[in-house]
Write a protein that binds this ligand. Sequence first.
Ligand code: FAD
Length: 304
Amino acid sequence: MHDIVIIGAGPAGLTAAIYALRANKSVLVLEKESFGGQITYSPKVENYPGFNEISGGELGEKLVEQALNLGAEIELDTVVSVKNPGSYKIVQCEHGQYQAKSVIIASGSRHRQLGLAREDEFTGNGVSYCALCDGAFYKDRAIAVIGGGNTALQDAVLMADQCSKVTIIQNLAFCTGEKKLIEILKGKKNVEFIFNTVVEELEGEEQLSSIMLRDLEHDKAYRFKVDGIFVAIGQQPDNKPFETLCKLDEQGFIIADESTVTSTPGVYAAGDCRTKKVRQVVTAAGDGAVAAMNACRFVESIEK
Ligand SMILES: Cc1cc2nc3c(=O)[nH]c(=O)nc-3n(C[C@H](O)[C@H](O)[C@H](O)COP(=O)(O)OP(=O)(O)OC[C@H]3O[C@@H](n4cnc5c(N)ncnc54)[C@H](O)[C@@H]3O)c2cc1C
């Protein structure tokens, strides 16, 4: 029986481990894929406080090292379900089963990809999924934002202040985001909209230099030169293993606010996996600290 089982070894899960271990709790972290979480895919992080610049891989390694030095147990296994029979939780993995007094879910989310050839190869080299993370690398360059919802429009507003040109490429005949954002963008001289159009190919040597577009209305393909694209077509959480444990919203995010409290006592949700507006390393780490303190209090309350 562990005091706290943490699901996911990203910034939220590892920060939760650091806080819980410093409060003398026994902690097991379960990770299915990549110690350090999705930030390990980022070649350069410039907005995590305390580091002018650090690679995502190094930041992930430092988090893992800190948790291990404090005594965390970390296992590579995929959690398939969590049950709450009463005074403790049962965490079922592909290769084992664990018991815990409290569980912190820090399973993250993924940016939806375009599903094109060479997309992974160009990620960090002209293809980005986060304007807040990578926008500064495209100062005075020409970029395209793919998508027409609120995230895409907000990304375009942010990028229009620093890029020479911003083109919003939307597969529909209209944008689905807020009218106010559309008005702001229409008022900017360096912003243009291309509707009824999809990206079909990503081109370039090591760095993306152009994209092949298809005008769906006229069924015409053409090459479009860009220094970078920001893909903003939604986020995909992977919270299926927890759908009977706690309430999810219609997109599959665990319903929890800054308190990280879920609909199930003793179960907390931290980081990108929960309902929230800003999905970043620093907000994930903040959630991890809050979730750990809540879990520690819960464990102490059931021991009394
Ligand atoms: C390319 C890229 C660049 C980015 N750049 C920046 C940046 O510059 N600055 C910034 O602040 N943010 C950046 N981000 C966003 C940042 O990485 C995330 O906001 C942050 O990692 C969220 O942390 P998390 O711990 O909530 O989730 P994650 O980092 O997603 O970690 C969740 C972990 O849980 C594991 N997991 C999921 N389900 C299970 C399961 N069933 N069983 C076991 N393990 C499971 C996953 O494998 C994953 O390792 C970037 C993201 C990407 C992809």
